[in-house]
Design a protein around this ligand. Structure first.
Ligand SMILES: [Zn+2]
Length: 197
């Protein structure tokens, strides 16, 4: 049973709410362009209570179709392959302020959006839409060349890797995904450059 008691949102500060919001944006990106469009109009994050149920329903539908993560459930990892590496790097580095999970995967969704544009058909317009939407809610994080090298090193330890290949879930369009995409390693730095430009 899933109980949604949205009054508890009021016990969270805005940064935590914004962090959770990233997973809702992800649900739109991977499965439902109308839902994505509706979230773009959210101006106060306290309006989110009306959007929670569709988000849970969307995730539930995916999980029920693939309880043991053989195929379709992988789509929930969109933004998380680079996002987890970014999150771990900021967590382990004492000189960096820690990023919340949603803040890290927001960066993952922009950079993996770039990879989607290069590899799986996401249009330039859709990519710009993704980037500008995330920057409406999340401030830009600076990465030095050293940061990026260390983050890419951490990618190798992602639990979703198999046999040395890093498999990504990428977008064919907003609302449509492709699983098990292998990304040429030289493309990662370009993705960070796109995020920062
Ligand atoms: Zn997540």
């Amino acid at each position: 049973m899933i109980l949604i008691i949205s009054d508890f949102l009021e016990t969270l500060n805005e940064r935590q709410i914004t962090s959770g919001f990233a997973e809702m944006l992800k649900h739109g990106l991977i499965r439902n362009v109308e839902y994505w469009e509706s979230l773009k109009d959210v101006t106060s994050l306290f309006e989110l209570r009306n959007h929670i149920l569709p988000s849970v329903a969307l995730k539930n539908d995916i999980v029920l179709q693939d309880p043991t993560e053989q195929n379709i459930r992988k789509v929930l990892n969109y933004g998380h392959t680079l996002g987890h590496a970014i999150e771990s790097y900021f967590l382990e580095n004492e000189n960096k302020e820690t990023l919340l999970h949603g803040e890290a995967i927001a960066i993952g969704m922009i950079t993996e959006g770039y990879l989607s544009c290069k590899l799986t058909g996401l249009t330039q317009g859709e990519l710009e839409d993704i980037k500008s939407t995330f920057f409406k809610y999340y401030s830009k994080v600076d990465f030095t060349d050293g940061d990026i090298t260390a983050i890419l090193e951490l990618l190798k330890y992602d639990k979703k890797n198999s046999h040395g290949n890093i498999n990504f879930v990428l977008l064919k369009h907003i609302g449509e995904t492709q699983i098990d995409v292998t990304v040429p390693t030289d493309m990662f730095k370009e993705a960070f450059a796109y995020y920062m430009e």
